[in-house]
Design a protein around this ligand. Structure first.
Ligand code: NAP
Ligand code: MG
Length: 488
């Protein structure tokens, strides 16, 4: 293609929200990324870099800097220096910057979507229609609160906490960065954020966007690295708040590490949600809800509906419809806009899922997978359901974080409430029924931070999200999410 044509394509790209597979050649990804500290990209202290791969092709996409304790210290110092001015800026001025970030994200939506899919493996349809628009919406939503903190928390003298250390996972890389950064800035805090090792690229694109937005230097710092970089953020003495989304194990370690300090903390951890189908539910819609609940983002979703409970009287018909629907799912190239299930985020995660599938079979579960074929290269897993499982099975109790559903039946409402709650997690749940009274009855008894009724996996910046028990504490989203970045 001539370079003139190529330029035109690039120019149009930001407005064209319908990327074709070959468009991945027309997003700009650098060969190497440095750390974003104090408004500029700087080399890591160790001079070390690590590769990030496309999980659908196993190809290396780029390499990113490996931040050590010295880099973390530099980022925290930049955030501390910026905090003085940023926290004293009027809410209206802060809001202007956050609106600008939101608008720039909309303008570059296509590029963000393509990079998110290349780096993480999720279907382009999801990054394009869900992740990126929702991330921009979070910035829009919290920009609106920046000059209304006094109204949001009347007579409570809301003040920012200081420097927030934010650590995010690989399943919704850009969206989790937005969930963390937008409320922190609106409340007047400054930020040091670390994306996950396997999906750093959209956070680094966001760093470029933030630089271009003219946000004062040091207000947002984005540093890449592995678990030890995250640990260095947690342990840094000049961090005022830790906001973490990730596994329950690391969440527990963080809580121990900050015990005895006055660091504030919110933890968004794992889940194993019950998706409950009553006999009076609209069954075809419920089947779509089951599919979306467990196969959205390859099941790499903390609130995935990974335990299905179907009322006995409709179990046969629901399972038949579910199997038929699974036959139609397209597993494969995440850049193809017709793909339903993309690539598993990493080899390591694929091995974990495959191990759980073996465990499920060995425990006596009856496995069903559709007849689809998987691509030869890359990390792929067939959508999988297990029948004939019970509460004691490991695939019922443990978070798999993949496209694997454990199915049980129930007779009475009391029975299903008990089974749904009999789990270490308490993040989310789904209820499908025609009766409003049943919904109210159940939602008050299910120990879950979010309960969806006759829908599943719906997210909105205005609505708080978070867990009970081993799913963590604190809420993100809505006013609750704003309050978590203020002393009130
Ligand atoms: P993870 O291993 O806990 O990693 C999450 C983040 O923490 C990554 O950036 C990771 O860096 C970093 N990290 C690892 N060890 C650390 C340490 N000792 N100190 C500080 N940071 C550390 O979790 P994951 O496997 O990436 O993500 C999957 C888990 O996240 C699932 O359990 C899922 O349920 C949970 N999750 C929860 C929510 C929610 O809102 N509740 C949302 C999404 C995911 P590296 O990437 O370099 O290891
Ligand atoms: Mg990657």
């Amino acid at each position: 293609m001539s370079s003139k044509k190529e330029k035109k394509l690039k120019f149009n790209a930001a407005w064209d929200l319908d990327p074709a597979p070959e468009d991945s050649k027309h997003v700009s990804i650098k060969k190497q990324y440095d750390l974003f500290i104090n408004g500029e990209f700087v080399k890591p202290n160790s001079k070390k870099y690590f590769a990030t791969y496309n999980p659908a092709t196993d190809e290396k996409i780029s390499e990113v800097a490996d931040a050590d304790e010295k880099d973390v210290d530099k980022a925290v110092k930049a955030a501390r220096a910026a905090f003085g001015k940023w926290s004293k800026l009027s809410g209206k001025e802060r809001g202007k910057y956050i609106y600008r970030i939101a608008r720039l994200m909309q303008e570059r939506a296509r590029e963000f979507a393509v990079i998110e899919t290349m780096d993480g493996g999720k279907p382009i349809r999801e990054s394009r229609d869900i992740d990126v628009p929702l991330a921009a919406n979070h910035f829009f939503y919290y920009a609106g609160w920046a000059d209304k903190l006094e109204y949001a928390f009347p007579n409570r003298n809301p003040k920012p906490l200081g420097v927030a250390g934010q650590i995010i996972p690989w399943n919704f890389p850009l969206l989790m960065a937005a969930w963390k950064i937008a409320p922190a800035l609106a409340a007047g805090n400054t930020v040091v954020l670390k994306p996950a090792e396997t999906t750093p690229l959209t956070a680094l694109k966001l760093a470029e966007l933030i630089r271009d937005s003219g946000l004062p230097k040091g207000v947002v710092n984005i540093i890449t690295g592995a678990g030890k970089t995250g640990a260095a953020i947690v342990n840094h003495p000049d961090i005022d708040k830790i906001a973490f989304t990730g596994s329950t194990n690391v969440g527990k370690w963080i809580q121990k590490s900050i015990a005895g300090t006055d660091k504030k903390c919110t933890l968004e951890l794992g889940g194993k949600a019950a998706n409950i189908i009553f006999e009076d539910a609209p069954l075809d819609q419920a089947v779509e809800g089951i599919i979306n609940g467990i196969f959205f983002n390859q099941g790499h979703v903390c609130c995935a509906g990974s335990r299905l409970f179907v009322q006995e009287s409709v179990a046969d018909i629901v399972i038949r419809k579910l199997k038929d629907r699974m036959e139609t799912l397209r597993v494969g190239d995440p850049m193809d806009k017709n793909t339903d299930i993309g690539a598993i985020n990493s080899k390591q995660q694929l091995l974990k899922i495959q191990e759980y599938i073996e465990i499920g079979k060995n425990e006596g579960g009856e496995i069903y997978q559709p007849s689809c074929s998987l691509p030869k290269k890359g990390n792929f897993c067939k959508p999988t359901i297990f029948l004939n499982v019970s509460q004691s099975h490991r695939i019922v109790q443990e978070e798999i974080f993949g496209p694997v559903l454990a199915i049980q039946t129930f007779r009475t409402i009391e029975e299903v409430i008990e089974k749904a709650n009999n789990i270490p997690y308490g993040l989310s749940a789904g209820v499908w029924t025609d009766k409003g009274s049943k919904i109210f009855n159940l939602t008050s008894k299910l120990k879950a931070g979010v309960v969806w009724a006759n829908t599943y996996n719906k997210f909105d910046p205005t609505s708080p999200f978070g867990g009970y028990k081993e799913s963590g504490f604190g809420r993100e989203g809505g006013l609750h999410g704003l309050g978590a970045y203020l002393t009130i």
